[in-house]
Design a protein around this ligand. Structure first.
Ligand code: SF4
Length: 338
C-alpha cells in the first residue's frame, strides 16, 4: 500500500501546568494526500490550533508532551529535535497565521522578511532572494511590489498584510500549507479574495492545504473534507457533502445551527448551550454529554460512562454512540446550511 502523504496517528498533546495537566489533543487521527484541501473546525479550546502547531513543530522547545505519530512522507516528525525539524518547517510545511501583524517582525520591511524566509532554505544571493520576494509579492496581488518590498508591516492594510503572510508562507513552495484562521481578521470581501488567492496558488503549486478555522462557512467554500474537533478529539470527519447533508454528530449539527446563514427568519442564531469540558479534568464518558440535546436517546447512561469510539466506515466517521450505524440523523440540506 502506498505511504500516505501525511498520516497522523493517535496524536496526543498535554501541557503540564501548576493546576494540573491540560489534555489539549486527545487522540487525533488524520490522513491527507497531496493536493487535498481539508478543514479542521471547532470552537476555541477544541485542540485545532494545537494540532496545527504540533504539525508545524512549533511546540518542540516548550513543555508540551507530544505522543503518537505524525508521519510526513513516511518520516515521523514527533521525535525530531528542533534542529531536525528545521528543513521541514517553511520548506516542506508552510503556515499562514491568523494575525500577520504579530507573525511578522515590526522592525524589518515586509520584503526583507519574505526574502529571508527564502534564503533560509535556498543558497542564493541577497539580490536573487529580493527578486524572488518581489515576484512572490506580485503573485499574491500586492500592487507595485518593487516599492512595497521596502514597506514595514504596519504600513500595509489588514488584507495586504495577509497577502504578504501568504507570500512568506508560499515562497518556498511547501508541499503542505497550514492556514490557521487565515481570514478571521478580515472583512467579508477581502476574505473571499484571500480564499481565492490561496486556492489559485494551491493549484499552481499542487500543495495540500489544511484550513484551521471556527468558521464552517469557510470550510464549505474551499474544502473537500472536514474534521470537526471537540475537547481535543475528532468528533466527526466527512466529505463536505456528508458533513452538510448527512450530519452524524450532534455537535456538528449544533455548529451548523449556529452559523449566521442558518439564523431563523427573525435573524436569531441557535447557539450550543453550555461550555466545552475542562481540559484539566475530562469526563469519563462522551466529552459532549453536558451539552448534548440527544444524550437521553442513548440507553443505559452510556453517554456519561463510556467514551464513544469513532464509528463509521470509509470517509464518514462520527464519535457518538448514536452513530454505531451511521445515517440515523435527520439530514440538513446543503442549501439550508449556507
Ligand atoms: Fe450526545 Fe451521547 Fe452521542 Fe455524546 S455519545 S454526542 S452525549 S448522544
Amino acid at each position: 500500500m502506498a505511504t500516505p502523504f501525511l498520516d497522523i496517528r493517535d496524536l496526543r498533546v498535554d501541557f503540564p501546568t501548576d493546576d494540573g495537566v491540560v489534555h489539549a489533543v486527545n487522540g487525533m487521527d488524520l490522513t491527507l494526500e497531496r493536493g487535498d484541501t481539508i478543514g479542521i473546525v471547532g470552537e476555541s479550546g477544541s485542540g485545532k490550533t494545537v494540532t496545527s502547531q504540533t504539525l508545524m513543530g512549533l511546540l518542540k522547545e516548550t513543555s508540551a508532551r507530544v505522543t503518537g505519530q505524525i508521519l510526513f512522507e513516511g518520516t515521523d516528525l514527533v521525535p525530531l529535535t528542533e534542529n531536525e525539524m528545521r528543513p521541514y518547517r517553511g520548506r516542506k510545511i508552510g503556515m499562514i497565521f491568523q494575525d500577520p501583524l504579530s507573525a511578522m517582525h515590526p522592525f524589518y520591511t515586509v520584503g526583507t522578511q519574505i526574502a529571508e524566509a527564502y534564503r533560509v532554505h535556498n543558497r542564493v544571493s541577497a539580490k536573487a532572494a529580493r527578486a524572488q520576494a518581489i515576484d512572490m509579492l506580485a503573485r499574491v496581488g500586492i500592487p507595485d511590489p518593487v516599492s512595497r518590498y521596502d514597506s514595514y508591516p504596519h504600513e500595509f492594510s489588514g488584507g495586504m498584510r495577509q497577502r504578504a503572510m501568504i507570500a512568506m508562507a508560499l515562497i518556498c513552495e511547501p508541499e503542505l500549507l497550514i492556514a490557521d484562521e487565515p481570514t478571521t481578521a478580515l472583512d467579508v470581501t477581502v476574505q473571499a479574495q484571500i480564499l481565492d488567492l490561496i486556492s489559485s496558488l494551491q493549484q499552481e503549486t499542487g500543495s495540500a492545504v489544511v484550513y484551521v478555522t471556527h468558521d464552517l462557512g469557510v470550510v464549505a467554500e474551499v474544502c473537500q473534507r472536514v474534521i470537526v474537533m471537540y475537547g481535543g478529539q475528532c468528533v466527526e470527519q466527512a466529505d463536505m457533502e456528508d458533513a452538510f447533508l448527512r450530519t452524524a454528530h450532534p455537535y456538528t449539527k449544533g455548529l451548523l445551527a449556529s452559523m449566521p446563514s442558518m439564523a431563523d427568519e427573525a435573524g436569531r442564531l441557535t447557539p450550543i448551550p453550555g461550555f466545552p469540558p475542562s481540559l484539566l479534568d475530562l469526563p469519563q464518558g462522551c466529552l459532549f454529554a453536558d451539552r448534548c440535546p440527544v444524550a437521553h436517546l442513548v440507553p443505559g447512561n452510556r453517554c456519561r460512562t463510556e467514551r464513544p469510539a469513532l464509528h463509521g466506515a470509509g470517509s464518514h466517521r462520527s464519535r457518538c454512540h448514536l452513530s454505531e450505524s451511521l445515517g440515523t440523523s435527520e439530514p440538513i440540506t446543503l442549501e439550508a446550511a449556507r
